[in-house]
Design a protein around this ligand. Structure first.
Ligand SMILES: [Zn+2]
Length: 428
């Protein structure tokens, strides 16, 4: 794994739009000076419930829940967690006021490099028309017509929105360019904001190749891959009727692996299909959506290290059947929860909203949903330096205006995130 870069959290000699955004967001509400934590130790104390996601800590549950807790940040990392009464001395001190602290959300699936708007499509769909993969073409046309500056401004806007709701790590994909130049520029822009960049030239067959999908697969695995690989860590494919079949998906992901990209797959979203089995066969980090699964699919996931990433915003926004998280969890599958934020089928950047949906409609417990939105997302990105709050992990964490993480599901739609630290720096 490449060492994680923290472009938003480190001093940048060249002021950029993103830096300006970060500065604009810095509105400290406690005695912790903004942007000072990276050079000093900070104690966050009087935490009613601290979710560490380290089962060796606290109550021994998967959440590693510590009551009446404290946490020490030293530089970009967590230096100590434990009971408040045992906390060591530090330079700075933040009183959490009897609230809950948990790891920052790890949104391991989003599509944020785009232009345009699909309000009319959503409105029509909510009036009775079914969702199909074809709506992506609307966004492709708008994205191709946008300038680099417009795409980056749009991306930055949604990142700020997500950060305010507690997302400290996000993955994002190309997939709305579908030409060599447009895919490469989407990834180049995304790579300025995150290390978790995914090449999704195989989102749909480009409208330019509608009569010859095989030629498009050749492009995606050839010249386009060559142009995109330098900016990406991951390769993804939408394996679905109307997009790419199992053989095409295998060819695309195998070509990506040969170029050093690691696979993840849009699998089994709209119908049964080969995506999940292919994900396991290729050791994909995650199979995403997983709404229509056979028993064999569930069994394959359970006996692999491929994470099932569930994206309830998509089912909400398309009035589709919910993925059955309970079935996956009971079989022993590792489950992640993410937003799938995109302008067509899931236009939410809110992980708390997805947690509430997962508990209400996907039969997850509140503890499971919180774990999946933090540690689960980290697993889906094959990361162990985020998604948990134990010594050595990045100090990416959020403060809820509530005494327990359970409130994320108990109080749906309420903006509970009241503080966000990323790489040890308070940003919200
Ligand atoms: Zn997606």
């Amino acid at each position: 794994m490449r060492p994680a870069r923290a472009p938003e959290a480190e001093p940048d000699p060249d002021p950029t739009a993103d830096q300006a955004t970060k500065d604009a967001m810095s509105s400290p509400t406690t005695d912790s000076p903004a942007h000072s934590a990276s050079t000093a130790s900070t104690l966050i104390t009087n935490i009613a419930a601290l979710v560490t996601n380290d089962p060796s800590l606290g109550d021994g549950s998967p959440l590693g829940l510590i009551r009446d807790a404290a946490l020490v940040i030293d530089g970009q990392r967590v230096a100590w967690t434990g009971e408040r009464s045992k906390a060591p001395a530090t330079d700075n001190r933040v009183d959490a006021g009897g609230r809950a602290v948990l790891p920052g959300f790890v949104d391991s699936h989003s599509h944020l490099v785009f232009a345009g708007d699909r309000t009319a499509e959503f409105n029509a769909r909510m009036s009775g028309r079914a969702y199909s993969a074809g709506g992506i073409r609307t966004t492709v046309a708008a994205t191709r017509a946008a300038t680099d500056e417009e795409l980056e401004a749009n991306l930055t806007r949604y990142l700020r929105e997500a950060l305010r709701q507690g997302t400290t790590t996000f993955e994002t994909k190309s997939g709305y360019g579908l030409t060599v130049e447009d895919e490469a520029r989407a990834l180049r822009i995304a790579a300025r904001h995150t290390d978790e960049v995914t090449y999704l030239g195989a989102h749909i067959v480009s409208p330019d190749h509608a009569e010859d999908p095989a030629a498009y697969v050749d492009l995606v695995t050839g010249e386009m891959l060559d142009a995109c690989a330098p900016y990406a860590r991951w390769i993804d494919v939408f394996c679905e009727k109307g997009a790419f079949d199992g053989d095409q998906a295998r060819a695309i992901l195998t070509a990506g692996k040969a170029r050093g990209l690691h696979p993840r797959i849009h699998a089994n979203q709209l119908s049964h299909g080969p995506g999940v089995q292919l994900a396991v066969e290729l050791d994909a980090a995650s199979a995403d959506h997983c709404t229509h699964l056979t028993d064999a699919d569930v069994d394959a996931l359970a006996h692999s290290r491929t994470v099932a990433t569930l994206l309830p915003g998509a089912e909400f926004s398309t009035r589709a059947v919910w993925p059955d998280a309970r079935r996956l969890l009971d079989a022993g599958v590792t489950v992640a929860l993410s937003t799938d934020c995109n302008p067509g089928s899931s236009f939410t950047s809110s992980v708390p909203f997805c947690v509430a949906l997962a508990v209400r409609d996907m039969r997850m417990t509140p503890d499971e949903a919180v774990w999946s939105a933090t540690a689960g997302g980290a697993r889906a990105l094959r990361r162990d330096d985020i998604g948990r709050l134990a010594p050595g992990a990045y100090a990416d964490l959020l403060l809820l205006d509530a005494p327990s993480h359970v409130h994320l599901a108990y109080r749906p739609g309420v903006p509970l995130v009241t503080g966000v630290w990323r790489r040890g720096v308070r940003e919200v």
